[in-house]
Design a protein around this ligand. Sequence first.
Ligand code: COA
Length: 327
Amino acid sequence: MIRSRILGTGSYAPRKVLSNKELESMIDTTDEWITTRTGIRQRHIASDDEPNSLLAAKAGRNALEMAGLSAEDMDLIIVGTFTPDMPMPSTACLVQAELGAKRAGAFDVVAACSGFLHALAIADKFIKAEPTQKILVIGSEVLSRRTNWSDRSTCVLFGDGAGAVVLAASEEADSGVMSTHLHADGRLWELLTVRGLGTSCMVDEDMLKQGLHYIEMNGREVFKHAVRALESAAMEALEANGWSGEDIDLLVAHQANIRILEFLRERLGLPREKVFINIDKYGNTSAASIPIALDEANRSGVLKPGHKVLMVSFGGGFTWASAAVTW
Ligand code: COA
């Protein structure tokens, strides 16, 4: 049986760090409120000359290096993002050029915070259909450019960064990507959205004045849906693989809020050390959060061959997804 396998991971975060303390001088908030309500202590912010594609390419290069492959070995580059450099071309095409991945096709996937797991699911199916394929899968966001820095209910949450994996076929039946599941409920789109910059409204002064180019979120409602959807995504993945909570060696869930991660940990009956947490350092980096966490877990030696890894995400759309991987 052909399975796809992660050959390398990589990540990149912009050098500039914005701490909760610094936010205290920008808006009416406190380090204590942000830390206890969200678990976030700081976030990375891209500088003006760092577009999404640059972050994505750096993460991609790191993943290729670990995999021992060159950009020219890649058949496909998929980037999960909702903060592209521009509407056209795709960020994936710009990454393809930046890396010199001459043979690779390239496209973006838009599924907000579930973007990376959607991209991973597509890459997994590609490899099963064509086992010679080697695919670079990236989740990358520059959310700071879509953040309303005068809205304290959202601006404390987000950060910039990128993470990547290199996928290729493996004949080992009991390791690699074991399952992927994707879900959406588009009826609830207004609870988490960037209304402007698309074709449903004109880009004009009025639109900019209303701040429609910024992320809008009904935090309380999103929270309720997120916990339910993440739990159901986790249960679906466990059932599909005949795993129980006890079988999981590491839960790598979307880093949106420490309280959501704690809820999920309890529902799955996991001890604290089996839930990977880096929200304190990065905030919510949307599609980049899972691959950054995966890379940190991998490089720090937390992940070991044979480990059962459960990844789950939830985001705007709404979208939610899972991937179960035996490392
Ligand atoms: N600093 C200080 N106070 C703040 C604040 C901030 N940055 N942001 C909001 N508040 C205040 C509110 O004004 C409110 O005050 P009030 O009670 O006087 O009206 C109070 O804190 C509680 O606000 P609420 O929105 O109920 O807080 P919360 O406990 O729900 O936490 C979120 C807010 C955003 C952290 C939380 O709802 C959340 O994490 N939601 C889900 C986020 C998510 O998962 N998003 C992405 C999915 S990909």
